[in-house]
Design a binder for this molecule. Structure first.
Ligand code: BGC
Ligand code: BGC
Length: 950
């Protein structure tokens, strides 16, 4: 198993041993001797703080000369050390010895980081000094906890980045210090004290490494800045709120980065690919100077770097220390988020603290329309304004005339650690260049003082209102009044609500756990919360890949997660298809068919937007004809499949009657005219199935089976609608000319459609003639790093039995109930070995994981599952820079819930059949079925919840 954490940093007292009692007794003895009142309860406040601060608390405001203070501290320390001399290995707290052995065996670094200078002696007496790579104590740093310094020192000493360290603490100040260092923490003891930690445990008794490392499964970490990996990191650090999403580029920007904020529905025309989501102005931009040197991570020295996306809270964090020139050091802490509580609100903040010496710090907070979509420009400036405390920027798409307005307020302050007071700063020198507006803030700050700049923004488009600028200004006024902290709290609460209905828990595998949460996070921020006229593109809103276009990925891979956990959002996404019926009608008519034919790639109108030609991957001066927009037609059945699943799971009859059935019938009309009569048979020739390595094929079985299912459902649902809503049924019958002849025709198509399913063997031939293709010598390609299509060439690959992704296997997953065991086994055994799992489509692995579970092969399923889990986080396909693989992210959820847990819903009744890989201890997830939300938890072959429920 891959570990997410590489070092464990232990506090000493109350964690490894309990000398808290000795401290108490030593202070108590001093207090008694000096006649100072001091109780056990008073002692609670002394946990984790320095000797001098402890003395101050003991004196309770009484002033004494420095010499006497020194003498008191020395006396207390003397008493304490007398007691330490009595420590033996028996004084190790329960569980510590076993845990340390396990941690060491796992190759994870260990350190003690304790304020106590006696730490080396204590560990020696406990007999565990050799169990730690480093023993860091208060003498090593000047600022004590809650400052992050001691943990950062320990991390540097063990050579592990802060983001990959876990702190184990029993004190509030220690938890705060861990978080300030960008580390995760496990708190031991009273949640009132350590409740801010990621995980709270009573103590370490019986605790294993895995119990601790789960603390890291809510954050994606970048251990260090690496200019060569920017594009990948930007994609996985995408944050947003379902209205827009922003890639994780840095505030100060770098050459070669790929900055983007994509807003749902802001389509503008492009050559060849028809339309794309226009990259919105950069709202995150901050330019920073310290003593006249412009902040840039490639200038001077960077240390203690930690950047992480907190999936629980939807906030992107960065913390580092920058030494622009030797002898100067400034701590910079960045945070930014797109509010999930109010999708029109964005917020960012930087806090800068000189650690050594004074510094003059300057920040320019900008809104910048100088952005592009990979070289293509989409915006005309409309208006801009700069005020002392903020700015406005209004831009319009060049071809489609859509307006986007941003309004910002900038607030800056200095907090002195000595006074705690906020000091005014110089604000208001505006930046006002064409297409770029901003506010400058400047301050002179002393060591230990913090200069903060907060930028709060409102964003509206002409799709939301006729007056987007006014709306943005109103919104930002209210947001700024609420203040950054309040906006942050509301945002965090909205994320809590989301996870409280959508989280998935995998115990026993931190990497898988993190990947699933990251996938669900990415899906949530790209799913339109309120807008029923948009849906999710194949690369979410996180990159330029596929230009924001919507594919079957949405219905077959992404929607189930929303249908089962956030039905309101699922409904929006399905409404998008309903609203795009006019485009689908045009497509059918344009191809000479009746009814509605959904486009392979869809955007604003539902018209086909698949590019007809694209540059060849090996030689971009040559063009390749793309046929999917012409002939990958199974999408029309896929849309209906998703709507039907929504109805089954939610029981939303109204949706089904008003949206689902009309779409079902109108697309059925298309199928009825598309199926080609051949004697008493019907064929669907010249198509592409899910396996795009083979185009212009006849009777692709995925397509034919889905069409047959579709037409059967249409025949069943017309009477259903007539019974429920006769007027609507009559209207549809008239509009779509659902004459008895047409219905009879559908019945003939159902009976006559060419089905290549051999009842003897169970085998389904992927399409006519597939068995006659050339075999691939897979062994000869072992260790390849390219797709089979790249290796064999487009035509060459088409001549071979080499699948890009699940095709018949996908069919088995979707219409599973129609197929017997023999069919499952035969097709699984035949198709899996001839599929390009590593470099074919990213849609394949999750589908194969799901199917492998159905085959009772969870360990094999796990191999497929991890390929999907690593597609984005580890960029195993090398293309994550183009954007999140939405289908892979949604497919992870399907693999866990439909695959490993084996969840099925039939007529509102839910069942599970767990099939977990051996090292997974438990899987839990939320499902909302027919309005009832439930937590389902399964262990291997054991259900921790009634097997069937309704
Ligand atoms: C379950 C926990 C789970 C949590 C997920 C709770 O209801 O009991 O086991 O971690 O939900 O959010
Ligand atoms: C896959 C399609 C998918 C598309 C968008 C292609 O490579 O073969 O199935 O819809 O990518 O993700």
């Amino acid at each position: 198993m891959t570990h997410l954490l590489h070092a464990l940093l232990f506090d000493l007292d109350g964690v490894i041993t309990d000398t808290a009692e000795f401290h108490y007794l030593a202070w108590k003895r001093l207090a008694d001797e000096e006649g100072l009142p001091f109780t056990r309860a008073d002692n609670e406040a002394l946990r984790g703080i320095s000797r001098r601060e402890s003395l101050a608390l003991l004196l309770n405001g009484k002033l004494i000369p420095e010499e006497q203070a020194e003498a008191f501290m020395a006396r207390k320390n003397g008493y304490y050390r007398e007691m330490l001399a009595t420590l033996t290995p028996a004084d190790l707290l329960p569980g510590v010895a076993t845990l340390l052995a396990e941690v060491r065996a796992a190759g994870i670094k260990t350190a003690v980081a304790s304020a106590s200078r006696n730490a080396p002696e204590v560990l020696a007496r406990l007999g565990v000094a050799d169990q730690f790579d480093v023993i860091a104590h208060g003498g090593h740093v000047s600022r004590q906890k809650p400052a992050p310094d001691l943990f950062l020192f320990a991390a540097r000493e063990v050579g592990i980045a802060p983001g990959e360290c876990l702190v184990i603490e029993d004190a509030e100040a220690g938890i705060a210090a861990a978080h300030a260092a960008g580390m995760v923490a496990v708190g031991l003891g009273d949640p009132a004290r350590v409740g801010e930690a990621e995980i709270v445990l009573p103590n370490l008794d019986g605790v294993s490494l895995a119990d601790l490392t789960r603390a890291a499964t809510w954050r994606v970490v970048e251990p260090g800045f690496d200019a060569n990996r920017q594009k990948h990191r930007e994609t996985i650090f995408t944050h947003g709120n379902g209205y827009l999403a922003t890639r994780g580029t840095f505030e100060e920007r770098y050459p070669g980065d790929s900055q983007a904020t994509l807003v749902h529905g802001m389509w503008d025309d492009v050559p060849v690919s028809f339309t794309e989501l226009a990259n919105a102005p950069d709202w995150a931009a901050l330019e920073i100077w310290v003593n006249g040197v412009r902040f840039d991570m490639q200038t001077g020295v960077i240390r203690d770097y930690a950047r992480y996306l907190d999936l629980r809270t939807g906030i992107l964090h960065r913390r580092l220390v920058w030494e622009p020139v030797p002898g100067q050091a400034v701590e910079l802490v960045f945070e930014r988020f797109a509010s999930l509580a109010d999708e029109h609100v964005l917020a960012g903040r930087v806090q800068m603290t000189p650690l050594v010496g004074e510094a003059e710090v300057k920040v320019r907070a900008l809104l910048d329309a100088h952005v592009e979509n990979q070289g293509i420009l989409h915006w005309n400036p409309v208006s801009q304004a700069v005020r002392e405390d903020g700015m406005d920027l209004v831009v319009r798409t060049r071809k489609t005339g859509k307006t986007l307005a941003l309004s910002a307020k900038v607030n800056s302050y200095v907090v002195g650690t000595s006074t705690g007071a906020e000091a005014p700063t110089t604000n208001g020198e505006g930046v006002d260049c064409p297409g770029c507006v901003g506010v400058r803030a400047r301050a002179q700050v002393g060591a230990g003082e913090t200069f903060g700049v907060e930028k709060v923004m409102g964003v509206f488009s002409s799709r939301d209102t006729a007056t987007p600028l006014e709306a943005a200004q109103d919104r930002v006024r209210a947001a700024a009044e609420a203040g950054f902290e309040r906006l942050r709290q509301d945002h965090v609460r909205a994320w809590e609500d989301f996870w409280a209905g959508s989280d998935v828990v995998i115990e026993g595998d931190d990497e898988a756990q993190l990947a699933v949460r990251h996938g669900l996070f990415q899906l949530r921020i790209a799913a339109p919360t309120h807008d029923p006229h948009t849906s999710m593109g194949a690369k979410t809103l996180s990159g330029f890949g596929y230009r924001g276009h919507i594919f079957w990925d949405n219905e077959i891979f992404v929607l189930p997660f929303f249908t089962f956990t956030q039905p309101e959002i699922a409904r929006n996404m399905l409404m998008y298809r309903f609203h795009s019926l006019p485009g689908a009608r045009r497509k059918a008519a344009g191809n000479g068919f009746e009814g509605a034919q959904f486009p392979w790639e869809s955007a604003e109108t539902g018209d086909e937007v698949t590019p007809t030609w694209v540059p060849h991957f090996a030689d971009p001066t040559k063009l390749v004809r793309i046929w999917t927009g012409d002939i990958q037609i199974h999408i029309s059945a896929d849309v209906v499949y998703a709507m039907h699943q929504f109805w089954q799971v939610t029981g939303d009859d109204r949706f089904w009657a008003e949206v689902g059935v009309p779409v079902l019938l109108e697309t059925a009309v298309f199928w009825g005219t598309r199926a080609e009569p051949e004697g008493d048979k019907f064929a669907i020739r010249d198509v592409i199935g899910p396996d795009e390595n083979h185009d212009h094929v006849d009777n692709n079985q995925f397509t034919n089976f889905m069409v047959r299912w579709h037409l059967q459902l249409a025949l069943e649902m017309l009477p259903w609608l007539a019974a429920r809503d006769p007027a609507r049924a009559a209207q549809l019958t008239a509009d779509l000319k659902l004459t008895p002849e047409r219905l009879a025709h559908w019945r003939r198509v159902i009976d006559g459609l060419i089905i290549l399913h051999d009842p003897e063997t169970g085998m389904i031939e992927q399409f006519e003639g597939f068995y006659g293709l050339k075999d691939v010598d897979w062994g000869a390609y072992a260790g390849r790093t390219k797709s089979m299509q790249e290796l064999l060439g487009i035509e060459g690959c088409a001549e071979h039995k080499a699948l890009k992704q699940a095709d018949v296997v996908a069919l088995l997953c979707l219409l599973g109930d129609q197929f017997d065991e023999k069919t499952w086994r035969a097709n699984w055994d035949y198709y899996v070995p001839i599929t390009d799992h590593e470099y074919g489509s990213s849609l394949g692995p999750s589908m194969h994981a799901w199917a492998a579970c159905r085959m009772g092969q969870p360990e094999e399923a796990y191999q497929h599952f991890m390929r999907a889990a690593r597609a984005d986080l580890l960029d195993v396909r090398g293309n994550a820079g183009d954007g999140i693989h939405a289908a892979s992210a949604g497919g992870l959820w399907e693999a866990v819930v439909f695959g490993f847990a084996g969840l099925r819903v039939r007529e509102g009744v839910v069942s599970v059949t767990p099939n977990l890989p051996k090292h997974w201890k438990k899987v839990g997830f939320w499902v909302t079925v027919r309005g009832v939300k439930r937590w389902v938890e399964v262990e291997n072959s054991k259900l921790l919840f009634p097997q069937l429920f309704k």
